[in-house]
Write a protein that binds this ligand. Structure first.
Ligand SMILES: [Zn+2]
Length: 80
């Protein structure tokens, strides 16, 4: 199965380097790339080819660890 260089969003098969103007007015490649189709800007070709994996962090309740006592209360109360 060959790897296909293709945008995961719009299906465009090419991208171009992003050129930004320097302080001195010189046009320099910023190291980023932009999809020619959906204008998605990315630095990793992988991020262009495949959709970024969204990390789902499950909320752990009542987690007790060896962290020192950091009893910070939310400011949900106004005295007076
Ligand atoms: Zn695209």
């Amino acid at each position: 199965m060959p790897k296909i260089n293709k945008c995961h969003r719009c299906g465009a098969t090419s991208y171009k380097p992003v050129i930004k103007r320097d302080e001195s007015g010189t046009m320099m490649p910023s190291g980023e790339h932009q999809c020619v189709g959906c204008k998605l800007v990315f630095t990793d070709i992988d991020a262009w080819r495949t959709a970024p994996v969204q990390k789902e962090e499950p909320q752990v309740e009542g987690q007790k660890s060896a962290i020192g006592p950091g009893d910070r209360k939310q400011c949900n109360e106004h005295p007076g």
